[in-house]
Design a protein around this ligand. Structure first.
Ligand code: CU
Length: 547
């Protein structure tokens, strides 16, 4: 069996590397294991890490410790601050990188199940991107090698083993990555103790403090929603802050919860960065939306606040993210909730900021941050014929372009030429019924009207999906909201920042979003999927084949 699997896997890897450019034959998904990945002799790393995943007990709540899965790290080579462990935490160590560094990571899977690491936000070669075909079995080692090509920004690494992603991330397999570069260093942004993570996750615990995961297909279909909010791995988050500006790197590491971040007293929020990149200039909004997989770099300025005063950051109420059917069941332990849990879109506190010390100086908010060259139709070769990402929900089957994920298949329009820059249209495709529709869709994209088939069964399941594309960051170039659910859309519409670099974008029901994305530097298979991790594991994932 192992020989056959090995051959199959090798074939897939060779195919992905462009050795076999013909159609991917009808292979079964590769089974994890049999990967023998070794360090490349010619690759001279600036940073060398040994990472491992293990089941371990950590203190989260008062009382008994919680069984989690955790990434451990050991710095073999590189600057001391490249790896910062969080004590008594399920979150993996923070990895601090600099543009241009070469990084090698030895990953030892010490779980009792397959796993793989995806460097969400980093633009790395296929083999180091954590594609589920590179999942390794318990006891195996995988070597990741990449050069940091990203601009300064915040990313995060997490498990991406197919059908295990949601549960492994839920159990703890995630951690923050920061990247810095010369452009950022010139800005004199808050650093050191004033540059802090804000990793947002929701969990549910039983009476013995053990993690509870989804029960039943309904909550899986809507996505897991926990009733306990954890910030940086801890409940009841409180930050003691000085009267000055801070940078908080917010990461939504939740499986499916969407946050609408805002202050209790109505003070607006200022963002200086989005997914893996600083903005051209700061953006101040009444609130900011943060969907699973997304990041926002926040500029939180406590200057002028009274010592002893408290500010509470909330997730403010919003509606429209869940199907109408699920919303009606709210309060009755309905879909998407654990019994008595926190429904999607209800208000709850995220973290308390206690002003505890007066200081006399603070960096001031830069008027301009970094230069961003905006993509336009002139940069793409398919302006009038965008690549489709059609979202549809059949009962218990969330799909992209009418298909579920299969490890070794790409459709014609998912084959993209290396070095091309493409326009991509992400939309809700309620009319999609036939399996081959995805193929046809690519051809008739121009003629598609929003709202087609809206009264069909698909619409009843229409919900918000955070769509994540692996590889390079993209830019959002347009948003259109269909005629329906306008009132609900207004509860979130001011919280989207489209001026920066993105790798994940929340697509609300009825919404159609156009993005422009470059496909440069690396050939191979690069995933696109829903970052509602329950959806991802149910197959709401496809891939581009860059050749
Ligand atoms: Cu989804």
């Amino acid at each position: 069996m192992s020989i056959r699997n090995n051959n199959r896997r090798q074939f897939i890897q060779l195919s992905a590397l462009g050795v076999a450019s013909a159609a991917f034959p009808g292979l079964l998904a590769a089974n994890p294991g049999q990967i023998r990945s070794r360090a490349t002799p010619g690759f001279k790393p600036d940073i060398e890490l040994e990472m491992s995943s293990r089941s371990v007990n950590v203190p989260i709540l008062n009382g008994p410790k919680t069984r989690v899965q955790k990434y451990y790290g050991k710095l073999l080579k590189g600057p001391k601050n490249a790896l910062v462990a969080l004590k008594d935490n399920y979150l993996g160590p923070i990895i601090n990188l600099e543009k241009g560094q070469k990084v090698r990571v030895y990953f030892d899977n010490n779980l009792s199940e397959p796993s793989v690491i995806h460097w969400h936000g980093l633009h790395v070669p296929q083999k180091s991107d954590g594609h589920p075909m590179y999942s390794i079995n318990a006891g195996e080692r995988f070597v990741y090698e990449f050069e940091v090509m990203n601009r300064a920004g915040t990313s995060f690494y997490h498990s991406h083993s197919h059908e295990l992603t949601a549960e492994q991330v839920y159990k703890g397999l995630a951690g923050m990555i920061t990247v810095t570069d010369e452009e950022e260093q010139k800005l004199d942004l808050p650093s050191g103790e004033y540059d802090l993570p804000l990793v947002l996750q929701d969990r549910s615990f039983n009476r013995r403090n053990q993690l509870q995961y989804v029960h039943g297909m309904h909550s899986r279909m809507m996505g897991f929603l926990g009733d306990t909010i954890l910030v940086n791995g801890k409940p009841d988050a409180e930050f003691a802050v000085k009267t000055r500006a801070y940078r908080f790197r917010a990461i939504n590491g939740s499986n499916s919860r969407i946050y609408k971040l805002g202050w209790d007293d109505g003070t607006p929020l200022t963002a200086i960065g989005t997914d893996a990149g600083l903005l051209e200039k700061p953006e101040t909004r009444p609130y900011l939306m943060l969907a699973p997989g997304e990041r926002i770099d926040l500029w939180l300025d406590f200057s002028g606040r009274k010592v002893g005063s408290k500010l509470v950051m909330y997730s403010l109420p919003f509606s429209g993210a869940m199907p109408p059917m699920a919303s009606k069941m709210r309060g009755r332990g309905g879909m998407g909730m654990m019994g008595g849990g926190l429904a999607q879109g209800v208000k709850f506190p995220v973290a308390v900021f206690k002003v505890s010390e007066k200081v006399s100086d603070s960096p001031s908010l830069p008027k301009r941050l970094v230069k961003i060259d905006r993509f336009s139709n002139r940069d793409v070769d398919n302006a009038s014929n965008p690549l489709p990402i059609g979202i549809s929900m059949k009962p218990m089957r969330p799909l992209l372009n009418g298909k579920s994920f299969s490890m070794d298949k790409v459709m014609d329009f998912e084959r993209v030429k290396l070095d091309s820059i493409k326009k991509i249209k992400i939309f809700h495709d309620h009319g999609m019924e036939k399996e081959e529709h995805g193929e046809k869709l690519a051809k008739k994209m121009g003629g598609m009207k929003g709202g087609m088939g809206m009264m069909g069964g698909g619409m009843m399941l229409s919900m918000a999906h955070p769509i994540h594309l692996h590889g390079q960051q993209f830019q959002v170039v347009s948003r259109k909201i269909g005629g329906m659910r306008q009132r609900e859309y207004k509860t979130v519409s001011e919280g989207f920042i489209d001026s920066g670099w993105k790798d994940t974008v929340l697509v609300m029901p009825g919404e159609e979003i156009e993005i422009i994305k470059p496909f440069q530097n690396f050939k191979g298979l690069f995933l696109y999927h829903c970052h509602n991790l329950e959806h991802e594991d149910m197959g709401m994932m496809r891939q581009f084949y860059i050749s």
